[in-house]
Design a protein around this ligand. Structure first.
Ligand code: G
Ligand code: G
Ligand code: MN
Ligand code: NA
Length: 249
């Protein structure tokens, strides 16, 4: 309750900000996009993690106010990048909002941003509860030129059979599997399977949570399309992100 009220005021008080983490291509290790991640620095308690406040916002309509603010910030930012896309996280409730497609289209038009510069990140939970409706929403978004990524892939309960029905551009392998890759055969096997699945379905596969050189080498060999993680950069403030945009890693 307190968090919910605090969030509603946080925007006006200027306590929210976005940080950006580069997504790097496998071959040349060029920055092809940035994931936008929200941060909340409260006057009273200091920083609160989105892992804490997003689920609370998600329980009420505050998520819409918050989500609109995040999208507008990210759309203003992408115009400062020399060509990269911005990847924005949408929670299940945002995705299921009535007229989500019209709403997001209006935002990009108002900002003067081409939909091709925007990647929409959604989780399996958002699309599998009402698969038919979700499939239609994704189809429309993709028709308009948005990129669609399925986030935290492998942790949800997606049926592999259903994946092909959704208009997707990429699968993001959850970082727990990347983390386990060097230690457990099971994690490595899962990473390889997701990469093969993605390829077979004509999707890009983005590995998240890449922290070591050894993981970079293993993922390149395995054929991941793109990588993201602390090895390249932590999520950083806008001005620092601009500085990273033309960097090779
Ligand atoms: O950035 P960090 O690793 O602290 O994020 C923790 C969780 O919060 C992750 O699951 C991430 O997807 C989620 N998150 C971060 N920023 C946003 C955002 O702007 N919108 C939504 N819906 N979730 C976000
Ligand atoms: O759920 P989602 O994938 O959107 O969340 C991304 C989260 O992962 C962000 O909170 C971000 O700060 C975090 N993150 C990004 N790169 C790394 C990494 O290399 N290691 C770890 N542990 N977390 C990371
Ligand atoms: Mn994400
Ligand atoms: Na993720």
């Amino acid at each position: 309750r307190r968090v919910e009220q605090g969030l509603s005021q946080a925007i006006d008080k200027g306590e929210l900000s976005l940080v950006y983490q580069p997504i790097v291509s496998r071959g040349e290790l060029e920055v092809i996009g940035f994931e936008a991640l929200v941060r909340w620095n409260t006057e009273e308690y200091g920083p609160i993690s989105p892992a804490t406040f997003i689920p609370i916002a998600e329980e009420s309509n505050v998520i819409h106010e918050l989500g609109d603010w995040i999208l507008d910030q990210a759309l203003a930012m992408v115009q400062r990048f020399p060509g990269q896309y911005v990847s924005v996280n949408f929670s299940p409730r945002q995705f299921r909002r009535s007229n989500f497609v019209g709403h997001i289209m209006e935002s990009v038009q108002r900002a003067g941003v081409s939909p091709g510069r925007v990647q929409i990140e959604i989780t399996e939970t958002a699309i599998f509860d009402d698969a038919e409706r979700a499939a239609e929403t994704l189809y429309k978004l993709r028709q308009m030129g948005f990129r669609i990524a399925l986030d935290d892939f492998g942790t949800g309960y997606s049926s592999l059979y259903n994946i092909r029905k959704f208009a997707l551009d990429s699968l993001k392998i959850d970082r727990s599997f990347i983390d386990g890759m060097g230690r457990e055969r099971e994690s490595a096997a899962i990473v390889h399977s997701i990469i093969h699945l993605g390829r077979a379905l004509g999707l890009e596969v983005i590995a998240e949570g890449v922290e070591t050189e050894a993981q970079v080498q293993a993922l390149r060999l395995a054929g991941a399309s793109h990588m993201q993680g602390y090895f390249f950069s932590r999520p950083v403030a806008p001005d620092l992100a601009i500085g990273l945009a033309e960097q090779r890693f």
